[in-house]
Design a protein around this ligand. Structure first.
Ligand code: 5GP
Length: 345
């Protein structure tokens, strides 16, 4: 456990709202009650059941509740700062945070949402961490909303103050709603605009969608990919596409087990990709909702799949190659990671 904590780590798949700790959620609830908001879910319901197993549908209900608590720019500032600081505490050296810009009439525009998150990222980068932002497209909200998110994202990419802080676009949201194939034109445009793409693919079994998206050649990293490997319900064709395009896979074990998309940890697809030497990155997904930390994800993975200390160091170092940083910044990060890992090997 201590070893995993001391590892200098890279987090590439963390949703802002899903990452809220219990302490932050309690503070938000308190603030809402102070404001006199009464129609809030009971705190016990939100907090005490956190980390328990739930169906994917129930997870999205939890996100809805969390979004009610974070429906203003003050709360957004607080949660962004808290989440970043918690990752710093867990010895995360480089963080790619992702979040869905929201419009709440009378309270925030997408522009204000993005600007607030970027401002906090800029402030917190003074600490011992490098942070980049991916803007999330929620597949349940439709393609028009995705185009709108891309439009606003481009506005901030070109601003000197925020230059380089935005590194990509994510497609997430309930995998049982909507069709990823409809989003291909948005992905093509985003790539042309210089954004890298992290897409939730094959989180649930969906052969048609998975093949279509993988064949597009647009995806820079796969989120989850639970049903891609032929030993886990996918097909050889899917595996070949992932390998031929060298698409790293973001692995979120607690999330997959607790939301029931993967049956048990010993069945987890991590092992197959890892054995085959394919790039995998251990991530948290939603450290708050699934009551975990990046160190705990490393520990769980090490215990289940009998990874040595050297294997864990290798996983940390190889994650550098899967970041959305430009080459020179990757090289810098690799050097820092190598130096820090030297003391642990
Ligand atoms: P936010 O974008 O509000 O900061 O973070 C929460 C959102 O991220 C959720 O509403 C959902 O759209 C997305 N999300 C978080 N975890 C998952 C996950 O495990 N799978 C998918 N498909 N989407 C997720």
């Amino acid at each position: 456990k201590t070893f995993c904590r001391s590892l200098p780590k890279i987090e590439l798949h963390a949703h802002l709202t899903g990452s809220l700790s219990d302490a932050t959620v309690l503070r938000l609830l308190h603030a809402k009650r102070q404001e006199g908001v009464v129609d809030l879910p009971d705190s016990a319901e939100v907090v005490l059941k956190r980390g328990h197993n739930r169906t994917l549908k129930e997870c999205f209900e939890v996100f809805r509740i969390l979004h009610c608590l974070t429906d203003n720019l003050v709360a957004l500032r607080t949660i962004t700062r808290d989440v970043i600081r918690e990752f710093v505490e867990d010895n995360v050296q480089y963080l790619e945070l992702r979040t869905t810009p929201k419009v709440i009439i009378g309270k925030m525009t997408k522009e204000q949402y993005i600007e607030t998150v970027l401002d906090v990222i800029g402030e917190e980068m003074k600490a011992n961490i490098t942070i980049r932002l991916l803007l999330s497209v929620d597949r349940a909200r439709g393609v028009d909303d995705a185009w709108d998110t891309l439009r606003v994202t481009k506005q901030y990419m070109s601003q000197e103050k925020y230059k380089n802080l935005i590194c990509g676009l994510d497609i997430s949201g309930n995998p049982n709603v909507g069709d990823l194939c409809d989003y291909i034109p948005v992905l093509e445009a985003a790539r042309k605009d210089g954004l890298k793409l992290a897409v939730h693919v094959a989180e649930v079994l969906n052969e048609k969608e998975t093949l279509h998206v993988l064949k597009s050649g647009l995806v820079s990293r796969v989120g989850h990919g639970s049903y891609i490997h032929h030993k886990c319900g996918g097909t050889h064709e899917m595996v070949n596409l992932v390998k031929n395009f060298s698409i790293p896979i973001e692995i979120c074990i607690s999330s997959n087990i607790k939301s029931g998309t993967v049956k048990s940890i010993s069945d987890h697809h991590f092992q197959h990709w890892w054995k085959e030497g394919h790039p995998v990155i251990i991530c948290t997904d939603d450290k708050g909702v699934f009551n975990t930390s990046l160190s705990e994800e490393f520990q769980m993975c090490a215990e289940t799949f009998k990874l040595t200390h050297d294997d864990l160091c290798e996983l940390c170092l190889c994650a550098v190659d899967s970041t959305f940083l430009p080459r020179n910044e990757r090289d810098e990060l690799r050097k820092t990671m190598q130096q820090k890992l030297q003391h642990l090997r």
